[in-house]
Design a protein around this ligand. Sequence first.
Ligand SMILES: Cc1cc2nc3c(=O)[nH]c(=O)nc-3n(C[C@H](O)[C@H](O)[C@H](O)COP(=O)(O)OP(=O)(O)OC[C@H]3O[C@@H](n4cnc5c(N)ncnc54)[C@H](O)[C@@H]3O)c2cc1C
Length: 384
Amino acid sequence: MEFQYSEEQRAVRDMMKSFAAREILPQAEHVDRSQEFPYENWKKLGELGVINMNLPQEAGGSGADMLTQCIAIEEVAYADSSYVPTFAAQQSSCRHILRYAREPQRSQWIEKFVKPICRGDAWGATALTEPNSSSSDAGSMLTTAVRQGDEWVINGNKMYSTAAGLKNTLFVIVWAIIDKETRASRMFLVPSHTPGMVLGRKLEKLGLRGAETREIFFEDCRVPLENILDNEKSAEISPVGDTQFHSRLFHASNALGLQRFCLEEALRFAKDRKTWGVPLSERQLIQGWLAEMSTDIEISTLLRDRAAWRYDRGELGVAEAAMVKYVCAENALKSANYATDIFGGMGYLEGVPVVRRLRDAKGLTIILGGVTLFKWIIAKEMGC
Ligand SMILES: Cc1cc2nc3c(=O)[nH]c(=O)nc-3n(C[C@H](O)[C@H](O)[C@H](O)COP(=O)(O)OP(=O)(O)OC[C@H]3O[C@@H](n4cnc5c(N)ncnc54)[C@H](O)[C@@H]3O)c2cc1C
């Protein structure tokens, strides 16, 4: 196994590192405070070709491998974690079309939806989670889709849909129960502005505030029969299965970028700040924290890189995908916690970047499922 990045991966990393330093980091505190989606930077990310870059070229991506996509996301996240839920929503919404739509809709939707999204001109969203059922348990969903004539009629309520309310969001992929007895579910493509689909308020979050997160209501929302994503693979779709693997890798990369930022800030501060005439970086207890942060970055990197590599080979397993998500997220929260501790009183002030990162890191342990959910998934794979 190779333990170094390819030339292409290094080129993408260097390009994204300088873009993030120049365009993303200087705006990150403003994005956090205003809770405004960074439209201009998103357009530039589209021009750089890093939105859905791992999708095939015929679908508007550049055919990059998953690790290259993850490296690009890690560099964005080094500066601002709040872009990553939107990256994940674009990947999910487009990948679901590519994988589960039937022809001729698939080809039409690639042109109409997937390609503009890859260019950074438009957005898609996914709506699985509900207020009164767990996002990991599709069978408990309350949203239903009932076939009436040549339409599906959707009723229900979804929560936390990322990117559903942006200026040019084109569609939402909605999960719904289609058979109340068997609890079978399917996904439906609901174009924006379809009568009966009503966006709720923009949710105010503790962190990841640049991501637009909405509640959505469906009241007799009608879509044509062909808007069901129902090809021969659809019955296998599961919120804890491989449909969500790409999002786990995206957020593992998010956590990794965040950890690197926290370590750099903490180390810089610890070298500058003197107590009792001695820099904090010379205190062994502080050194222990810094050493743990650095080691956790190595662990996260190795897990993420191997998981991304195995993803491209179709070898990533359920347990491994769960491990990479929860370990990287926990490491991010630990790293941001140590960094804010090292900053002392300043580590409790708004406007100090490590404070924003602590709020973001908390979100990383929740988004896509909590740490205990992933441990449960791993234990199930072990036969428990
Ligand atoms: C910023 C943000 C963006 C989001 N974007 C989207 C989006 O675009 N689309 C979308 O559909 N959703 C989205 N979500 C929802 C998110 O994925 C869910 O909130 C998350 O998966 C947790 O699910 P839940 O809220 O249903 O909690 P639950 O699944 O009810 O879990 C609650 C707690 O119980 C634990 N738990 C659950 N099941 C088990 C188990 N079997 N064993 C042990 N512990 C368990 C969990 O770890 C968690 O700690 C977003 C959330 C956030 C915060």
